[in-house]
Design a protein around this ligand. Structure first.
Ligand code: 5AD
Ligand code: SF4
Length: 468
């Protein structure tokens, strides 16, 4: 089936779903409410905007509370605690559904791509109405119709897909910034990671489609974009006319109206010299690079199948620090990978001290069924994990604090994102390097890029004042 006809099919289902929602509205005597709750990463957040786009079109009112007529959990399975949170909250949804029998519940996202999860939901969570996965989210309108037509649980999970359906409705969370998928899936198979199994093989979107989407966003008032992919540095390799990520960035830079460009996530093994040069020369690429380390021990990196050594990683980080000194570097680190000793954690700590990360997300290793690491027989005891984790966290916080105050006293540009939650006389803005600044302002500032003097660094954020 061609892409165009699939898109057209989905628009027909949108029309059909509208009729079901209209009927429901008549029964309820009001517009039905729908809640989309997102777990996990930016990729999932973007998927939720696509779900919301369809829901809005078919007549639901989107709300933040789960006390709604239709609740969708867009799930994550990268670590087990993400799964446990979903199960916990499903219990709570069940009690709500008992009071409101017309209520519908749907589950989608990464967790649903796992057979064991589906078995468990079929057995113990019979009240769920619709389950789908990551590969067929483009047919959400069709799935909605099937759900309305069926009394049983509707399950539609695909193992993989090479389809990319363009131009379906999207409802953005922010009017002034947006994520954009540039590629889907992952081919890296890091030995601890479930993502390649739940998000499928790597496939890049056509650059023309990406640029067209960005131009449309700019015309709609978006000033900051984030290019999304599991490994953006390998963008374009599978295209008919291959193109590098650095080349794509050069094209994106040309789009008028877009002031800031971010991207997530970069794999160190694919970070090219060309990319460093493009970042250095760019006026729009933000001064923030997320470069997951995972471990500073070459032995563990090898077992993780990361395909770089401690020395290679350090060389890249040092090069970036030298070429682009104001670039914030953040990272992800896992503690407790099978076979890891405290000596390995010391090597990770050494890397943290040398790179001086602006921020580091530290995770305790979580065993994911089906990954090579889950079958390794040298799993680390909880006590050893805790000792290494606490030690690492202390160093990470120290170095991050040191870097955080670097801009104190300077005047820099900030994109104002919202009214401050604690104090409504303040607004919250984001600097190019991803740090937050709070300064006096009002609703009219939201979505604008403004010059702010950073008066004081308070731990990990600044207080500031507007400079005309
Ligand atoms: N256990 C712990 N952390 C993990 N991550 C991915 N898989 C696991 C796992 N099995 C972390 C990595 C990745 C981040 C998104 O989540 O650090 O970069
Ligand atoms: Fe994102 Fe991975 Fe979680 Fe899926 S499993 S939501 S890709 S972090």
């Amino acid at each position: 089936m061609t892409q165009q006809t699939e898109k057209d099919r989905q628009f027909l289902f949108i029309e059909q779903a509208k009729e079901y929602v209209d009927k429901l509205a008549e029964q309820l005597g009001r517009r039905p409410l729908c809640n989309v709750t997102t777990f996990g990463c930016q990729m999932n957040a973007r998927d939720s905007e696509k779900l919301s786009g369809i829901l809005e079109q078919v007549g639901y009112e989107l709300v933040d509370t789960e006390d709604a007529d239709f609740v969708i959990y867009n799930t994550c399975t990268v670590r087990d605690n993400a799964n446990q949170r979903v199960y916990g909250r499903l219990g709570f949804l069940n009690s709500m559904k008992k009071k409101k029998p017309h209520m519908k519940i749907a589950l989608c996202g990464c967790m649903m791509q796992e057979d064991l999860v589906i078995e468990k939901i079929k057995k113990s969570y019979r009240f769920v109405d619709l389950i789908f996965g990551t590969h067929n989210i483009f047919k959400f309108a069709e799935l909605l119709c099937t759900m309305f037509e069926s009394d049983d649980m509707v399950i539609d999970i695909w193992k993989d897909t090479d389809q990319i359906v363009e131009d379906l409705p999207v409802e953005r969370k922010y009017s002034f910034k947006s994520g954009i998928n540039i590629m889907f899936g992952c081919n890296n198979f890091c030995s601890y990671c479930i993502v390649p199994y739940v998000r499928g093989r790597e496939r890049s979107r056509n650059p023309k489609d990406i640029i067209r989407e960005i131009e449309n966003l700019a015309a709609d008032g978006v000033v900051e974009i984030m290019l999304l992919g599991q490994n953006v540095n390998s963008y374009g390799k599978t295209l008919e006319e291959p193109m590098s990520f650095a080349q794509l960035l050069r094209e994106v830079e040309k789009v008028d109206g877009i002031e800031r460009i971010r991207f997530m996530t970069s794999h160190p093994k694919d970070l090219s010299e060309e990319l460093i040069q493009v970042m250095k020369e760019s006026k729009k690429i933000c001064r923030h690079l997320h470069l997951p380390l995972q471990s500073g021990s070459t032995r563990i990196l090898d077992a993780m199948n990361r395909r770089y050594t401690k020395e290679q990683y350090l060389a890249i980080a040092e090069k970036i620090r030298k070429e682009i000194p104001d670039m914030a570097i953040t990272t992800d680190i896992i503690v407790g990978f099978p076979g890891e000793t405290l000596a390995d954690v010391e090597e990770t700590i050494e890397v943290v001290k040398r790179v001086k990360y602006d921020n580091a997300f530290t995770f305790i290793y979580s065993k994911r069924t089906g990954t090579p690491a889950a079958a390794m027989d040298n799993q680390v005891s909880q006590e050893v994990v805790k000792e290494g984790f606490d030690k690492l966290l202390k160093i990470v916080q120290e170095t991050a604090r040191e870097r955080a105050s670097m801009l104190e006293g300077l005047t820099v540009s900030a994109l104002v994102e919202e009214i401050n939650e604690q104090d409504s006389s303040l607004v919250t803005g984001r600097l190019s390097n991803n740090t937050i600044v709070h300064f006096p302002g009002n609703q009219s500032f939201i979505g604008k890029i403004m010059n702010v003097k950073l008066k004081e660094c308070r731990g990990f954020y600044y207080t500031g004042e507007l400079v005309d």
